[in-house]
Design a protein around this ligand. Structure first.
Ligand code: PEP
Ligand code: MG
Length: 357
């Protein structure tokens, strides 16, 4: 059978008639041509029509992906998912192996920022070499920073590897799944200890300007979004993980196809949490990025900018189109668009509004 897939619309057609195939092929060609044009400017900075620079970065799973990301136009790495170093193997990578991986990524960036997320194991990211007790609800159990704090030797080794790389590279460290100020304080204490252990006297202070390594958290748990103004006092930046934030605020498992419709990051409930995060961050002059899938959706770019997001990190192939969307955005218009979206009742309404704007 002939199968036609429209990945953008999420549609699969089995044995489509010839006129539909021709139409889809035309569309595919037009998309390819548009992308080729956009890629021509992908490595230039993304600046809005009103002159505000937006960092457009890439999500990677290892140092081997960095060069291609830079070639695709990445201004830096906005999310290094370190769990990939730990997956598909029996034993865990030791401190030296981790350091080599982070250093290779930093070096490939040639001065661009490298944002490394500490191990986000558990739930949808099982690690064979890590024994974890079975849990009835792993998404609500020991995952992300909860696991790191429960296994200080694991988090400590990772942080020491990072501190060594941070001595001579532009590094940001981000803790996943933070829900409370206590967790952030404990994670920061672990980082300070790691600094002392590697003999670097430049202990991080979390006060942006003075700190060498920037410290941030993923905003993935609604509690973190709601407490953003408090958490902002203890870190330098927030990166919103819309994949998890959406599943937690909608109470819809991100891997369960039966609730996929609920799992829409454009739902106004998610957008309101993004707005709350940005407001909280602004009280301390902290920057906010998005590194969930929504960041790579060019349709959502003006909305996210209008909500106050200033860094977007995504799969590398999306960078060219998102940079183009940034360059086509006026922040005044984007703010108006964002307030209309926040007043919508459904994700479908938001989507329709974005498509027609
Ligand atoms: C997210 O939750 O949006 C995110 C970027 O993290 P991950 O998809 O790795 O859980
Ligand atoms: Mg996540």
């Amino acid at each position: 059978s002939t199968i036609a897939i429209d990945g953008e619309a999420g549609e699969v057609r089995i044995d489509p008639p010839a006129d539909v195939v021709a139409e889809l092929e035309d569309e595919a060609r037009a998309r390819k041509e548009r992308l080729a044009t956009l890629r021509g400017r992908a490595t230039e900075p993304a600046v809005t029509l009103d002159g505000v620079a937006v960092e457009v970065a890439a999500n990677v799973g290892g140092p081997g992906e960095v060069e291609a990301a830079v070639g695709a136009g990445a201004d830096g790495i906005g999310l290094f998912r370190t769990e990939f170093l730990f997956m598909d193997r029996g034993e865990l990578p030791d401190e030296r192996e981790q350091e080599a991986a982070y250093r290779a990524a930093a070096e490939a960036l040639e001065g661009r920022p490298l944002l490394v997320r500490t191990l986000d194991a558990g739930a949808d990211k099982p690690i064979a070499g890590l024994e974890q007790e079975p849990e009835a609800n792993p998404f609500l159990g020991i995952r992300g920073i909860r696991l790191g704090l429960e296994r200080p030797e694991l988090l400590g080794a990772q942080l020491r590897a990072l501190c060594r790389v941070g001595v001579d590279h532009r590094l940001r460290i981000m803790f996943p799944m933070v829900a409370t100020t206590d967790e952030l304080a404990a994670a920061r204490a672990a980082l300070e200890e790691a600094h002392l252990q590697v003999g670097d006297e430049r202990a991080p202070d979390g006060n942006g300007a003075e700190s060498v390594i920037e410290i941030g958290i993923m905003v993935e748990v609604p509690a973190a979004a709601l407490m953003a103004s408090t958490l902002a006092g203890e870190c330098d930046f927030f990166s919103i993980g819309t994949n998890d934030l959406t599943q937690y605020v909608m109470a819809a498992d991100r891997g369960n196809e039966h609730v996929a419709e609920l799992n829409d990051p454009l739902h106004p409930a998610v957008l309101r949490l993004i707005a709350t995060t940005v407001e909280g961050a602004a009280t301390r002059d902290r920057w906010v990025g998005v590194c969930g899938e929504l960041a790579g959706d060019e349709l959502a770019t003006p909305l996210l900018l209008g909500l106050g997001v200033r860094e977007l990190s995504m799969a590398a192939p999306a960078i060219a189109a998102v940079k183009h969307a940034v360059r086509s955005t006026s922040l005044d218009d984007a703010r108006t668009l964002a307030s209309s979206a926040l007043a919508c009742a459904t994700a479908a309404e938001v989507r329709a509004m974005l498509a027609s704007s």
